[in-house]
Design a binder for this molecule. Structure first.
Ligand SMILES: [Fe+2]
Length: 237
């Protein structure tokens, strides 16, 4: 895509993160746009890449995904589609913001109500919420036009709880971190090419593929940093 061999760059990020010298993941979170062409073969390649990773893979769908096909191909372990994963002190909740035929995202009343129930059911846990579309504007006109439409409703929902610590999303192909009412909102670089931060129109950044690490502590604190992965598959971007 746009001169980037996306399977190669994705595999390079996966291999670099799984062979990190000092870190080992307890869970892998994939915040959507797994397959651009909505092909079953694309999801099968993705499934095969993580089938033996040894940890749960929490996943939600993005605007480029086919959620039904994704659920069909990723129906068994280690994949958990739009689920809540409970660990010792933290629960990770993935919720779909996919809207059929739209690049923008939305939750709608049904998914908002379900999310409210999930957070309430884990009131004794710290929560990391995982979405595809960004609820906080990026300051980039073209990306903010395809953001989460009902972000006001989501932010109001989050404000109603005191245990949501962080929200992380994909979609915007860049790293960012913003604090709002004691909750930190992250975005994570893509495993293919990145978009230029602050650009009013579509523009690519020269940054390499990447992923984001979270370290979650028992008392609700957390640390996060991006791992950028230099790879030959990215050379043409
Ligand atoms: Fe997206």
């Amino acid at each position: 895509m746009r001169g980037v061999r996306t399977y190669e760059t994705y595999m390079a990020v996966l291999e670099a993160s799984l062979s990190h010298p000092t870190r080992k993941p307890d869970v892998i979170v994939v915040t959507g746009d797994v397959v651009q062409d909505e092909s079953r073969e694309g999801y099968e390649h993705f499934r095969d890449s993580l089938a033996d990773c040894g940890v749960p893979v929490l996943i939600t769908s993005g605007n480029h995904d086919d959620p039904l096909m994704m659920s069909e191909v990723l129906h068994s372990s280690p994949f958990e589609v739009d689920r809540c994963l409970r660990f010792d002190h933290w629960s990770l909740i993935a919720v779909s913001t996919h809207l059929l035929g739209e690049d923008a995202g939305g939750l709608g009343e049904r998914r908002l109500a379900s999310l409210r129930r999930s957070i309430a059911e884990h009131a004794d846990q710290h929560i990391l919420l995982c979405l595809h579309h960004h609820p906080i504007p990026m300051g980039s006109v073209w990306l903010d036009a395809v953001a989460l439409r009902d972000s006001a409703e989501l932010l109001q929902l989050i404000d109603g709880f005191d245990n949501v610590r962080a929200v992380t999303c994909g979609h915007v192909h860049q790293a960012s971190e913003r604090d709002r009412n004691a909750v930190t909102y992250f975005t994570t670089p893509s495993t293919c090419s990145q978009f230029l931060p602050g650009s009013d129109g579509f523009a690519l950044d020269s940054r390499p593929p990447g992923c984001r690490w979270f370290e979650l502590f028992a008392d609700g604190r957390f640390e996060s940093e991006v791992q950028w992965v230099e790879t030959s598959g990215h050379a043409a971007a």
